[in-house]
Design a protein around this ligand. Structure first.
Ligand code: UN1
Length: 512
């Protein structure tokens, strides 16, 4: 146990067989089978988790409904105090949880730590927010009347998260929802369920120490069928789903069909425009981390580089040489830059994408391929590759969750922006330029159409303080910072008459 996984698992409360259904501290036995979680790092079975069945789901929802009646009446700053303690609990387990995330999901240990840091940061953000959650006051047109709005919690929030950020995305949603007064039911990805079980243990301890009832933060485990329990359930007014566009459409249709609310954060197809005025050192570093970080499995990963033709050759040469220096291997070993993909299905999709883009005319500058031999026994390690392609190719229009970077040229900035925007997705985007006119044009209404637009920064690695999400097939939702909290609350407009008459709005006369 070279990397201390066993002791980390123990400290996180993970055993060989874990229940997967929990209302806080109460772990519920179900009639379902156990799902094995295998590490893409070494192919080993880490531990098993029992799936949630319909009956145990019902128990979870009933408990959540009860808990909501209590939690909504706890003053928001006191809810914030609980979240503050969760943030501290996360600080204590940062290295263990970061390690589990790295081992179960395959991102580098550094990125695993970064992910836990993102959780800690959102806790701090939510604590401050718990004394805000502001509504506005308006001037009534009627004398002796006061008008204002207030924000109430919405109830049960269903959270469906993806494997690539197996813990942070839960915290963006649930820490905000908790200070808002909501209760949460979380379905982590069935590809990284142990990270979910570990988080449940961490939060459970804090809830218990504060004598809070069961049902404030629950866990359910399973595939899309368990996700459907949430999306079809009228007792769950908000479903926040992070993952593929395909999944998001299904969730949106189910939730929309019952006129519930969904908050969607789906696929990206993020580009960096590298202008002739770019600082190329920054551009290369930004593109490199964006494309190969997390083995290309972030929704914000850089998938396309749109490069000015005057610097195209230089960028190409420097990138190819940087790719040559990448060390691929066990993500827990800090000398490696790139870890594995999540599973062999993902490897197959990576291979298919490369074959397809080549058949469309793509030219490999750095070849892809699956690594074999010692250290690569899981079959999940692939080579980050670079392909010269055209924006209209079917595969370039598609989000492949793997380290495949497409290079293309432009000569006029307007064309580069049209290419950048010319995909179905609209999550993240960036321009590398030191020219103020170019930067401002890129950020203007005629510029990037994405939810995130950066200057001299890559497409990934957003901070939690901003609202996170994007347009078009990315789903339109915003999670995390800024006023994203509003999605987790219901707005109520209140008008109070303290006069001795009853004037009607719009001056309507109605006398008898
Ligand atoms: C995701 O890939 O689903 O901006 C989230 C980033 C991270 C979050 C990514 N802070 O890259």
């Amino acid at each position: 146990d070279q990397f201390g996984i066993k002791s980390a698992l123990k400290r996180l409360g993970i055993t060989e067989e874990n229940k997967g259904t929990c209302t806080g501290n109460n772990w519920i036995e179900t009639k379902e089978t156990f799902l094995g979680s295998f590490s893409p790092a070494d192919g080993e079975l880490i531990a098993k988790v029992q799936l949630t069945d319909k009956q145990s789901y019902e128990l979870v929802v009933k408990q959540a409904q009860e808990a909501y009646k209590h939690w909504r009446n706890v003053p928001a700053p006191q809810r914030g105090e609980v979240v503050r303690q969760i943030g501290n609990a996360l600080r204590e387990v940062k290295s263990d949880l970061g390690k589990l995330v790295s081992y179960e999901m395959g991102k580098s240990y550094q990125e695993g730590l970064g992910e836990v840091q993102e959780m800690i940061d959102i806790c701090d953000f939510a604590v401050g927010l718990s004394r805000q959650l502001y509504g506005l006051t308006m001037h009534s047109e009627r004398p002796g009347h006061r008008m204002y709005e207030q924000w109430h919690p919405i109830g049960i929030v269903g959270i469906i998260s993806a494997f690539n950020f197996p813990v942070a995305v839960w915290s963006w949603n649930s820490m905000i929802a908790m200070v808002c007064g909501d209760v949460c039911i979380w379905k982590p990805s069935e590809k990284a369920p142990l990270s979910g079980v570990a988080c449940q243990h961490i939060i459970a301890k804090v809830l218990k120490e504060n004598n809070l009832p069961e049902g404030i933060s629950s866990l359910i485990v399973g595939d899309y069928k368990v996700g459907e329990y949430l999306s079809h359930d009228t007792r769950v007014p908000l479903v926040s789903a992070t993952g593929s566009t395909r999944m998001g459409k299904l969730v949106a249709q189910a939730v929309g069909g019952r006129l519930g609310r969904s908050l969607l954060e789906l696929g990206g197809n993020n580009a960096i425009i590298i202008s002739e005025n770019a600082d190329l050192d920054i551009a290369i570093r930004g593109a490199l981390f964006g494309a190969v970080g997390t083995a290309g499995q972030r929704c914000t990963s850089t998938r396309r580089l749109i490069i000015h033709d005057s610097v195209y050759e230089e960028v190409k040469t420097r990138l190819v040489s940087a790719y040559g220096k990448l060390v691929i291997g066990n993500p827990l070993d800090e000398k490696n830059h790139v870890g594995p993909l999540i599973d062999t299905d993902a490897v197959k999709m990576y291979q298919d994408a490369i074959t397809k883009v080549k058949s469309e005319g793509g030219k490999e500058l750095v070849s892809g391929g699956v690594l074999e031999g010692k250290g690569f026994e899981s079959g999940c390690y692939v080579k980050p590759c670079i392909i010269e392609a055209e924006n209209h190719f079917e595969m370039v229009q598609h989000e492949t969750f793997a380290p495949i970077l497409y290079l293309m040229k432009y000569s006029k900035l307007e064309d580069a922006i049209a290419m950048q925007n010319g995909v179905p997705q609209g999550l993240s985007s960036a321009i590398m330029t030191l020219n103020m006119r170019e930067a401002e044009f890129f950020l203007s209404v005629s510029g990037s159409d994405c939810g995130i637009a950066n200057v001299n920064i890559g497409t990934s690695g957003a901070e939690i303080g901003g609202a996170f999400g994007g347009e078009k097939e990315t789903g339109g939702g915003r999670e995390s910072g800024s006023d994203a909290w509003k999605a987790y609350m219901r707005r109520q407009t209140n008008t109070i008459n303290y006069s001795d008459s009853l004037p009607l709005a719009q001056g309507i006369k109605f006398d008898i």
